[in-house]
Design a protein around this ligand. Structure first.
Ligand code: ZN
Length: 285
């Protein structure tokens, strides 16, 4: 019965377009991890070989040209192999290192990506992620297996732990993990807005949780809208849920495209925060 209720909650979301060819739930290929290939497409660079490193300091070697190296803020194109081999900023051995320790942004010809471009890229990723998420999740539900693992698999959360209790607590969170919440996570590229940490699952996927600042549910009746949702790591999610920390807008990592409504922060600080500050206790080395 409880399952049934949850299911109805999910079905109130926007309807998917059903792909008649697909007989069974497919694992979502959520493209939240950034690759050179992907950035090359998103920003229409048109290179034959594209590599990405967040800090832009070392790469594998480019082997096809034009080739492009991306970091998290921009890119540099090498039109020919000669341009690449003769560039005095590059130290080419088995791998490629950028001399001077500052990464590709220090090389003349580096093209910074504007915030607008970055936001467009995120929007594109978001569109794809939602499409895939919806299809696989709905298909998993349509199978009516009532198999929690199937459902977890469909939304692509870690399933390594087989302890049912853990899975069940996750289920609660997943069901509430609406597409809007996913949008927020994608906008922040799965990094915690409190501490900046990102969980890398090691399989090309990142993990974060969404926190409704004014909680959903009968007592608080917070809305499920972007302005009421934060992208957080599991630690900060727990601290916020238990009212152990206040929210100070000035301390949060804010990304363009995500605007908070201060009334919900006010609500947290007044009604959820228990006025005694908790913290993450770091072990002494
Ligand atoms: Zn955190």
């Amino acid at each position: 019965m409880e399952y049934q209720q949850k299911r109805q909650v999910i079905e109130t979301g926007p309807k998917q377009q059903t792909n008649g060819q697909q007989g069974e739930a497919t694992m979502p290929r959520r493209q939240t991890s950034i690759t050179g290939k992907r950035l090359n497409e998103l920003w229409n660079v048109g290179a034959k070989h594209a590599l990405y490193r967040e800090d832009g300091k070392w790469y594998h070697n480019l082997t096809d040209f034009p080739g492009v190296l991306f970091d998290s803020n921009g890119y540099i194109v090498f039109q020919t192999e000669q341009d690449y081999q003769q560039n005095s900023y590059l130290q080419i051995t088995e791998d490629l290192h950028i001399k001077g320790g500052e990464g590709i942004s220090s090389i003349p010809g580096y093209i910074p990506i504007s915030e607008k471009n970055q936001f467009q890229a995120f929007s594109q990723t978001l569109k794809e992620a939602i499409g895939e998420y919806q299809t696989s999740f709905d298909e998993a539900l349509n199978k009516e297996t009532h198999d929690y693992h199937e459902l977890l698999k469909a939304v692509d959360l870690p399933t390594r732990s087989s302890e049912l209790t853990r899975v069940l607590t996750q289920i609660n969170r997943i069901v509430r993990d609406t597409q809007i919440a996913r949008k927020v996570k994608i906008i922040h590229n799965y990094s915690c807005q409190v501490c900046g940490y990102t969980l890398d699952l090691g399989n090309g996927k990142l993990y974060a949780e969404s926190h409704h600042i004014k909680p959903l549910g009968a007592k608080h009746n917070g809305p499920d809208i972007v302005e009421n949702i934060m992208c957080v790591c599991p630690n900060h999610h727990a601290l916020l849920d238990y009212g152990a920390i206040p929210i100070d807008l000035r301390d949060l990592r804010i990304t363009s495209g995500h605007i908070f409504s201060e009334q919900y922060i006010e609500y947290h600080n007044t009604n959820v925060y228990r006025q005694v500050r908790g913290s993450i206790v770091v072990p002494q080395i």
